[in-house]
Design a protein around this ligand. Structure first.
Ligand code: ZN
Ligand code: FE
Length: 253
């Protein structure tokens, strides 16, 4: 596969990702939750960093930018909002393309968690980095955007091929599964939740996921079907989604 992905845990529940375009040997880091962890992984792999790709401005995604750039001399690419906490070399928005050697990342606008959040999709390898937009059985909290904006963002991700490998930025899956079971009793969800609880019991990661798996079981993507369960029967899809999001915000399970 032309793009190799190296995933590693950071902070309390983030994942860091280093990717290498095998044709050119160029390396990128998707978000910078923790400079020390990123630098240590680079050293262990013997990789030289060329690029940081930020999904959004939150410190657990861009907080390591400055320290990592100072040591590696890499370029930093991200949405304009990242300049709230650190300078960028290139600002990107939905529709742009970022090249890493022969790999082309399409920038997808996925605002909602933050207003300017973006995701990166490598169509040739069917790999997407979605930051805090879509999680395994979950989605990001609406800190800055509206339910409608997030729903539109999720629709752009759902439009990717089912087999797309989705790298989410946090290991929230067990608590997402507990909430999902409270609003959805589909057999596919039950089966997946059992696998997730067993995996987490053994300390295994539940990231990455796939678009197909999320479409089948993620309650936020199934919001229209679950509308009645969250008191939003007959309302537009984005409002049903908003009701599911609100139910999750208030869920204590
Ligand atoms: Zn965030
Ligand atoms: Fe985050």
């Amino acid at each position: 596969m032309p793009l190799t992905v190296h995933q590693f845990p950071c902070l309390s529940d983030n994942y860091g990702f280093l990717v290498r375009d095998e044709a050119s040997g160029k390396v990128a880091c998707i978000d910078t939750p923790e400079a020390a962890a990123v630098l240590r992984e680079l050293e262990d792999l013997g990789w030289d960093l060329d690029l940081i790709l930020n999904t959004h401005w939150h410190p657990d995604h861009a907080g390591g930018n400055t320290d990592i750039k100072a040591i590696t001399g890499c370029q930093i690419v991200g949405p304009a909002e990242v300049t709230r906490i650190a300078p960028l070399d290139r600002e990107v928005k939905g529709g742009d393309v970022v090249e890493l050697g022969e790999t082309r990342f399409q920038v997808i606008e996925t605002g909602g968690h933050t207003l300017g959040h973006v995701s990166y999709f490598d169509a040739a390898d069917r790999i997407a980095f979605v930051g805090d937009t879509l999680f395994a059985l979950g989605c990001g909290r609406l800190f800055e955007g509206t339910a409608e904006q997030m729903w539109d963002s999720l629709q752009r991700l759902v439009a990717l091929p089912d087999e797309t490998t989705v790298y989410c930025a946090h290991e929230y899956t067990a608590s997402n599964a507990r909430f999902a079971l409270s609003v959805d009793d589909s057999p596919a969800l039950k089966a997946r939740a059992d696998q997730i609880f067993a995996a987490r019991e053994k300390g295994e990661w539940t990231v990455p996921t796939t678009i197909g798996l999320e479409k089948a079981t993620n309650p936020f993507l199934r919001a229209a079907l679950l509308a009645e369960r969250v008191g939003a029967a007959g309302r537009p899809d984005a409002e049903a989604f908003g009701a599911v999001r609100e139910a999750k915000d208030n869920f204590r399970g």
